[in-house]
Write a protein that binds this ligand. Structure first.
Ligand code: EPU
Length: 421
């Protein structure tokens, strides 16, 4: 198993290019199943999760050619509609094939994803919505078996809770359904918006894109013909590099970013004393030698993203004063707290709320990555910790950060990937 060895204390400088968004690319890759014609995707991040989903499509019979950031997917020869446990258990987002497979082939089987390090993450809302659209759902042997013999029908869906993946699955299912589907309490994350735009580019009418109420006019079973899609920049990767600039008190420039998508992170960093220079699609962070404490609550977009909570906690550890961080989306997304405390942080945790008392210094230690974003928080802390930090179990990082150690090294960080002896 690989680990990252970081020697803390180096300032960063220079420019980093932000990759395409993993969480936009995954539903778009699943969405290609709505088509029986080849489609090319560009600006894909070069990360494990993308390869995992492409492998799943290949197992279903798709012809996929993939080279780092570009993939061409031809779903004209799908000969299986079963998403097996071996893949789904590696990556929960595989559940995103449920909606498009059912819509196009009228039946499918998708393994239930099972437990997760950040919370229970059920898929009940996806299933309830598909049932409202006329599907019969049965859970047997660890699989969701979904059937809609006469095709899916448009329906009025009211999500009890805002769900990104649920909204994506239902938008995809609705695009081939007969009639109009309305989704109330829909997610409006930029990644959902890009999926909707991909589908409208194929001629499907979707109203309310980017709002909490979507209305989708389905094609009545007719497969879609997509245009090439360029994946939007990764707002979480961008936010993570802004935190790297802030925590190391360094000025760095990020290119290929969408300022609007990272507004919540910029606002909180400004509240912590950082300043910014924004140009067309780049942003330069000018940090502050004195990081101010911050209060933040994770919310759905455009609120503060749960996927940035751990990285801001690492930054808050170095602030002068006490920060309060509340996690509202996932019930168990604080696994990084005890690892940050091992580096010398002073974080108190009760339920979904943590109090972070700023400390003068952190000290390098061996720490364990527990999920994707928790891992990047440990790397950020390692950049400023005195001595050497070893971050283990970095397969979590590889799932979602494109060449993190390469990009940080190019900025001047002392970070190397090593193999366990
Ligand atoms: N939920 C339910 N029932 C459902 C679906 C969701 O109770 O049927 C709950 C979840 O348990 C959670 C909340 O609703 O408490 C929100 O979950 P959501 O469905 O929005 O999350 P997701 O679609 O599973 C995506 C991202 C996550 C990101 C969340 C929230 C992808 C592939 N994943 O997950 O990204 O944290 O939205 O923004 O898009 C990451 O990249 O590290 C990551 C975890």
């Amino acid at each position: 198993m690989d680990y990252l060895e970081i020697k803390g204390g180096n300032k960063l400088s220079g420019t980093v290019t932000i990759s395409g968004a993993k969480n936009a690319a995954l539903p778009i890759i699943a969405g290609t199943l709505l088509s029986d014609k080849p489609i090319t995707l560009t600006n894909l991040p070069n990360v494990v999760d993308i390869r995992t989903l492409l492998k799943l499509l290949t197992m279903l019979g798709a012809k996929v050619s993939h080279n780092k950031t570009v993939a061409t997917i031809d779903n004209s020869s799908i000969n299986s509609t079963k998403a097996v446990y071996e893949i789904v258990s590696q990556m929960r987002a595989s559940i995103l094939v449920l909606g498009p497979l059912l819509a196009r082939f009228k039946e499918c089987e998708v393994s239930l994803p099972g437990g997760c390090a950040i919370g229970q993450r059920p898929i009940d809302l996806h299933l309830k919505a598909l049932e409202a659209m006329g599907a019969t759902i049965e859970i047997k042997g660890g699989y969701v078996k979904a059937v809609a013999k006469d095709g899916l029908k448009g329906a009025k869906i009211v999500f009890d809770k805002i769900t990104v993946g649920g909204t994506e699955n239902i938008v995809m299912a609705a695009s081939l359904a007969t009639g109009t589907t309305t989704i109330l309490n829909a997610a409006k994350e930029p990644e959902v918006v890009q999926l909707c735009e991909m589908i409208t580019s194929a001629g499907v009418k979707i109203e309310g894109i980017g709002t909490n109420e979507l209305s989708i006019e389905g094609t009545g079973g007719k497969a879609l013909n997509f245009k090439e899609v360029e994946i939007i920049p990764d707002r979480i990767e961008a936010g993570t590099y802004l935190c790297a600039g802030a925590i190391t008190n360094s000025s760095i420039t990020l290119t290929k970013v969408n300022h609007q998508h990272i507004r919540a992170s910029i606002d909180k960093l400004e509240a912590m004393g950082c300043s910014f220079e924004l140009k067309d699609n780049s942003i330069t962070i000018h940090p502050t030698s004195t990081i101010k404490p911050v209060n933040l609550i994770t919310l759905e977009y455009p609120g503060f993203p749960t996927d940035m909570q751990a990285q801001f906690m690492a930054l808050a550890v170095m602030a002068q004063g006490e920060s309060m961080i509340e996690e509202r989306l996932f019930e168990n997304r604080f696994m990084h707290v005890s690892e940050l405390n091992r580096l010398g942080a002073d974080i108190w945790l009760k339920g979904s709320i943590s109090a972070v008392k700023g400390v003068e210094e952190l000290y390098g230690a061996d720490v364990m990555a527990t999920d994707l974003r928790a891992s990047s928080a440990l790397v950020l802390a390692g950049l400023v910790a005195k001595g050497t930090t070893k971050v283990r179990r970095i397969y979590h990082l590889d799932r979602g950060y494109d060449d993190l150690e390469g990009k940080l090294s190019a900025l001047g960080a002392k970070i190397v990937r090593k193999k366990e002896a």
